[in-house]
Design a protein around this ligand. Structure first.
Ligand code: RRO
Length: 295
């Protein structure tokens, strides 16, 4: 590890300990956690897939959560709450809302715009293009034409000025790509938009894991689920590194996938990440993972 190591910003990965207000407050109150992101939400709250929804081994996690969340209004109501917490504690800890209800993107725009008109507080979003666990629905990030359409609708849908004046700030969470032309095709699309960041990578979709009783480890979606943990780190690193070489330098890259120790953070930094997100290890160790990495 070099002596010049510059600590990257740390945050949770969406989906990990961030569904309820109490969980988000715990993340906010952790001084080693620099930013926070909510569970991916839909316009209306969802119960998600049946349990068990999560299982882990030493090297991986599998989840089939199925977008279990409290609804967009719940997470929007926390914008003001965290703004007041920031003012009181004189910090600027960013609260990002992850949004995944892509069939209702126009409704999302209308609700968010209205929220800004009422509260006048800048907002940050991570649009999830890579939820792997909704039966019958693919990950939009693997459909380049659909991704292009969606981003056009999103960035052209807001009133002029809201995005250019940084009132509404939008990043995207991508699935892992495995083929060089796919990185190029996706970068060509992403470079058209004033994105704040891209997060690479979501869990690897459609894994299958047996539990210690040789039964499927998660119940939903016929046992298929998103794989996280240290087994996916090589793909997180490669995706960050590939995209860093292809997307505009103003778009930050949040690296995610398999981070358990400071050396992993350093590897993500070497590949070009500006921020790193902790997922499986946050669920495994709890909030102390941030203190451990900071030390
Ligand atoms: O809720 C989920 O099942 C889920 C989502 Br939205 C996601 O983006 N990634 C994941 O592993 N699970």
């Amino acid at each position: 590890m070099p002596t010049t190591y510059k600590r990257l910003k740390l945050m949770n990965a969406s989906g990990c300990n961030c569904t309820t207000k109490d969980e988000l407050i715990e993340l906010y109150n952790c001084s080693a956690c620099d930013m926070i992101v909510s569970k991916s939400c839909t316009i209306k709250s969802r119960e998600g897939n049946p349990s068990p929804r999560y299982y882990e081994t030493d090297t991986l996690s599998i989840n089939s959560t199925g977008l279990r969340n409290k609804g967009l209004h719940y997470y929007l109501s926390l914008v003001k709450y965290f703004e007041e917490m920031n003012k009181a504690s004189r910090q600027e800890k960013r609260y990002i809302i992850s949004y995944a209800d892509l069939e209702n993107i126009k409704m999302f725009i209308a609700i968010v715009e209205n929220h800004y008109i009422v509260h006048k507080i800048p907002m940050y979003f991570e649009i999830n293009l890579s939820c792997p666990n909704i039966p019958g629905k693919g990950q939009i990030g693997y459909d380049f034409a659909e991704t292009h359409n969606l981003l056009d609708t999103l960035f052209n849908g807001f009133k002029p000025g809201l995005i250019t004046n940084n009132k509404i700030n939008i990043g995207v969470k991508l699935p892992a790509y495995f083929d060089a032309p796919h990185f190029e095709a996706m970068s060509e699309i992403l470079n058209n938009y004033p994105l704040t960041h891209i997060t690479c990578i979501n869990s690897l979709g459609n894994g299958f894991v047996f539990n210690d009783k040789v039964k499927q480890a998660v119940a939903g979606n016929d046992g298929y689920g998103g794989i996280g943990g240290s087994v996916i780190k090589p793909f997180g690193l490669s995706n960050v590194r590939r995209f860093r070489g292809l997307i505009r330098s103003e778009i930050a890259i949040y690296g995610c996938g398999g981070i358990t120790c400071l050396n992993d953070v350093y590897e993500y930094e070497l590949c070009g990440a500006d921020v790193v997100q902790i997922g499986t290890e946050l669920i495994r160790e709890g909030i102390n993972i941030f203190n451990k990495l900071k030390q």
